[in-house]
Ligand binder design. Structure first.
Ligand SMILES: Cc1cc2nc3c(=O)[nH]c(=O)nc-3n(C[C@H](O)[C@H](O)[C@H](O)COP(=O)(O)OP(=O)(O)OC[C@H]3O[C@@H](n4cnc5c(N)ncnc54)[C@H](O)[C@@H]3O)c2cc1C
Length: 437
């Protein structure tokens, strides 16, 4: 075990909430999904007051502070070496505030699988990410691309208010009327403005969805990707697909999962017509399932630094033949990589580019490579550059690098200038600063 360099002098109000090296719980609290850290202390916050106390004590003692909700950051930045980790996993409440309006309040530590399970009891669902072990805190402050994205938009598009502890310990509520700048930043660049201690989100009435899994041969000419994109463009917004490029022996295969936000099997069949009217899939399986079958508590696992892959993404305005060939080439030259594709044309495009800190509102395709070791970030960057030629933006939550280039890709142009200004205004000392600016 690495020895932490500095000790944390816990203030009395955090008594019993601090886990340090040597404590039996330290082994599982030191790490995230992507990184083993060696923090001086992990503070298990119960509420905003604990968060403010940890923040003040870390700053007084000159220790770095890291905010963690679910510990799924691709960059591993939700742990550190020698600093304080503010762990919000215990702040995991899921509360239905108004069933008719679909308004729910979520704690940052709630995992999306648990959120889906609780809301299913009320016949509601949130457009979140796909993975049930990812938590609200990181996803709902960065973007949120999941199975309902075409119909209901990004997670941040459905956030109606957020409670935030600022760097100076002040607790504020941000919404369309109060602290509007902060509310803007929380929806896409929230990691740099404070600790979000709860979010109010609009959920949608939804019980079952149609799920179809298909596989198609994908040749180097990229035609399978172009066909998939054309079928998605012709499909109603109820249909969202997640796809990935994989190898099946010597051939590449595009594995597509389509989720259809419709309860009626006939409506599901009709919605899938464009996807199913192309070339015959190598295989296809269809079923009706509860939403919780896709965003599931079965995804929950402990985070022990087990995922060391490098990742980034590209947000493409369309799938041209050239972009498709670039994606096929990237998948081929990155050994062991998995290239994920999602068609996000739909509700995210209805939101103006300057309405939230998630700028990429013309994007129709989200493409993200996951490149395992011994492959490095530099190898990945070189292989992915031809893809960026077709769409230079990226989604901050899939960046494994914490370099300034990740900021420029995630927050381009006027959005980037405003994010920088707000990160500096709300966090002048750079306590939270997730990326250099
Ligand atoms: C296996 C896997 C699957 C994924 N699937 C999807 C997906 O389908 N869709 C999608 O959109 N994304 C997905 N992601 C990316 C995911 O959105 C990000 O990794 C997200 O940051 C994870 O949130 P977390 O709270 O679990 O992470 P954490 O590691 O706890 O937090 C990540 C960072 O977010 C910031 N942060 C966390 N909590 C707060 C808070 N309460 N207030 C302010 N800042 C905070 C901090 O800077 C922190 O370092 C996936 C990631 C993985 C590893």
């Amino acid at each position: 075990m690495t020895t932490a360099a500095a000790a944390f002098a816990a203030p009395p109000e955090l008594a019993g909430r601090v886990v340090e090296p040597g404590h039996p719980r330290y082994r599982l609290l030191r790490s995230t999904y992507t990184r083993v850290g060696s923090p001086a202390a992990v503070v298990l916050a119960r509420d905003a007051r604990d968060a403010a106390a940890a923040l003040a004590a870390a700053q007084d003692q000159g220790l770095a502070l890291t905010v963690r909700s679910g510990g799924h950051a691709m960059s591993g930045r939700s742990t550190n070496d020698g600093g304080v980790v503010l762990d919000l996993s215990g702040m995991n409440g899921v509360e239905v505030l108004d069933r008719a309006a679909g308004l729910v309040r979520l704690g940052p530590g709630a995992r999306w699988g648990a959120v889906a399970e609780r809301l299913a009891r009320d016949g509601l669902a949130i457009s979140s990410g796909d993975h049930g072990n990812v938590a609200v805190g990181g996803l709902a402050t960065g973007g949120g691309i999941g199975w309902l994205v075409r119909r209901y938009g990004l997670t941040v598009d459905n956030v109606r208010a957020a409670e935030v502890v600022l760097a100076d310990g002040t607790q504020v509520r941000a919404d369309e009327r109060r602290h509007r700048d902060l509310f803007w930043a929380v929806r896409g660049a929230g990691a740099g403005v404070g600790v979000v201690t709860s979010v109010e989100i609009e959920a949608m009435p939804l019980r079952r969805i149609g799920v179809v899994e298909m596989a198609f041969e994908a040749k180097a000419d990229g035609k399978a990707l172009v066909r998939w994109a054309a079928a998605m463009a012709a499909s109603p917004r109820e249909v969202t697909t997640g796809a990935f490029l994989a190898r099946d022996g010597s051939r590449a295969v595009l594995v597509v999962t389509a989720a259809v936000a419709a309860d009626d099997p006939e409506a599901v069949r009709a919605a899938l017509r464009p996807l199913l009217s192309g070339p015959r899939p190598l295989q296809a399986k269809a079923r009706m399932a509860p939403y919780t079958a896709l965003v599931s508590t079965a995804h929950e696992h402990r985070n022990a630094g087990q995922q060391r892959a490098s990742s980034t993404s590209a947000l493409l305005p369309e799938m041209t033949p050239e972009a498709a060939r670039a994606l096929m080439r990237a998948a081929r030259v990155l050994p062991g990589a998995m290239v994920h594709l999602r068609w996000i044309g739909g509700a995210p495009n209805d939101v103006a580019a300057d309405a939230t800190a998630f700028a990429h509102r013309d994007a129709k395709v989200f493409a993200s490579p996951l490149f395992p070791p011994p492959g490095t970030w530099d190898d990945l960057r070189r292989a992915w550059e031809p893809v960026w030629a077709h769409g230079p933006g990226s989604y901050v939550n899939f960046e494994s690098t914490t370099g300034a280039d990740a900021f420029d890709r995630s927050y381009p142009g006027a959005t980037g200038a405003r994010v920088k200004e707000l990160w500096r205004r709300y966090d002048p000392g750079g306590v939270f600063r997730p990326l250099p600016i």
